[in-house]
Design a protein around this ligand. Structure first.
Ligand code: HAM
Length: 420
């Protein structure tokens, strides 16, 4: 028996309503905020990701699906969506367009993680990036867009956390002071954190182990080390967020797991869970385009995990619209009737009406049972008698009302109800 690979899932037809609901909301949101869709390949040159996400991050060091193709190129399945968007920006010279360039994506993402609820090896992200401006009003707009996305889905009691992790100028002295502080607390922290003191000191702050929590809480705060430029920027972002009436809180321990961030970082958390379950996160990345070979270009973006959204929609019992069902099911009895059924199904589809036709030679009862389980509004029944009279029996499934009509009348009738 084959099974879906560990950490992946199949989205069965009965689940699709959730996915269409989220995608429709995402697309509508992007129209409102002026973002255009971008689709990029599922794999890229591995160096694109190593360079942008950072060699020392868990994603690059432990989680990438890397492989050599038959020509010997080393590629990686996309472990996140921002780097490919930046590659496109540089490759196609999008700096020639009016700035910022606003792009969004709905894409599968691959990370070799330890699977658990809301954490998979293949997941789906909705993300958007605004590239080409350093205005703090753009930070606020992107954060607002992320927040409005979750509101439009009907999700409640979410937390919006923001922080500033500074820039090339003010981060190094802050990291030094973090290292200094943690060196005095090595006895109190987990082995992973001991390694982080040298490898990735910023990640010390978001260690999820309860034993490290108190040490991280009392650690020096990045916002106390911001340079004048970063300080002014962060204050302006907060001012705009207050004008937008977004209920944000500053979380000094919010640092994100990718190295490209500068200044503003933010996350949206669901109610009552640990920080590992962020519904979405993002931030500024003002150096990335240049690092990938473009001109110095500021940018900011956000991405949300769709599986986590589905889990939260279910958890909060938010109803989603059901997917369209076939308008009519065509049942028949006998070979002659079957020919008429084939003809009728084709004519109705030409009219744009969704039809499911029975196949095989099941009893009428079995065919009606199938119509019922498909949830179609009408059943057309063609038996010997109907063939003789060149007619069709049309039954409304809910009321049970029946009438015998000509195929032409049936088409007119259905056109009228489906248009209405
Ligand atoms: P990220 O925080 O790594 O950021 O991922 C974004 C979101 O994807 C997470 O908040 C979470 O909802 C979801 N997610 C991440 N990993 C998994 C997983 N293994 N299983 C299920 N869901 C997951 C980024 O990827 C950045 N590119 C976001 C960004 C865009 N920053 C700037 N622009």
């Amino acid at each position: 028996m084959y099974k879906a690979p560990r950490g992946t899932s199949d989205i069965l037809p009965e689940e699709q309503g959730y996915w269409r609901y989220i995608e429709d909301k995402a697309v509508a949101l992007c129209r409102l905020y002026g973002y255009q869709r971008l689709d990029t390949p599922a794999f890229e040159d591995v160096r694109l990701f190593a360079r942008s996400i950072g060699e020392g991050t868990d994603i690059v060091a432990k989680e990438m699906y890397t492989f050599k193709d038959r020509s010997g190129n080393t590629l990686a399945l996309r472990p996140e969506g921002t780097a490919p968007v930046c590659r496109v920006y540089v490759e196609y010279g999008l700096d020639n367009l009016p700035q910022p360039v606003k792009l969004y994506y709905l894409a599968t993402i691959f990370r070799y993680e330890r699977p658990q609820a809301g954490r998979y090896r293949q997941h789906y992200q909705f993300g958007f990036e605004a590239i080409g401006d350093a205005d703090p009003a753009l930070d606020a707009e992107v954060i607002d867009m992320a927040w409005q996305f979750f509101l439009s889905l009907g999700l409640n009691q979410l937390y919006l956390q923001i922080n500033s992790i500074g820039c090339k100028i003010c981060r190094p002295p802050y990291l030094e002071s973090l290292k200094h502080y943690y060196s005095a607390h090595v006895a109190d922290i987990c082995p992973d954190c001991k390694a982080r003191i040298v490898r990735s000191p910023l990640r010390l702050l978001d260690c999820k182990k309860p034993s490290c929590h108190d040490v991280a809480e009392a650690a020096p705060k990045g916002t106390d080390y911001l340079c004048q430029g970063c300080q002014t920027h962060f204050e302006a972002v907060q001012r705009y967020l207050r004008i937008l009436e977004l209920p944000f809180e500053i979380n000094h321990r919010l640092v994100r797991g990718l190295d490209y961030y500068t200044r503003t970082v933010f996350e949206i958390q669901p109610p009552g869970e640990g920080a590992q379950s962020a519904l979405g996160g993002g931030g500024r990345y003002d150096n990335l385009i240049e690092e990938l070979g473009g001109k110095p270009t500021s940018a900011i973006g956000f991405a949300a995990g769709m599986e986590r959204i589905v889990l939260n929609l279910k958890g909060q019992e938010i109803p989603v619209p059901s997917l369209p069902r076939p308008e009519i099911f065509i049942a028949y009895l006998g070979a002659e009737a079957k020919l008429e059924a084939v003809k009728l199904a084709s004519a109705l589809r030409q009219d744009g009406i969704a039809v499911t036709m029975a196949v095989g030679d099941r009893s009428l009862k079995a065919q009606l049972r199938q119509a019922n389980s498909l949830g179609s509004n009408y059943v057309a029944i063609i038996g010997e008698e109907e063939v003789k009279r060149q007619a069709v029996t049309l039954r409304h499934m809910i009321s049970g009302e029946q009438q015998v009509v000509s195929p032409l009348t049936l088409r007119k009738l259905l056109k009228k109800v489906t248009r209405g």
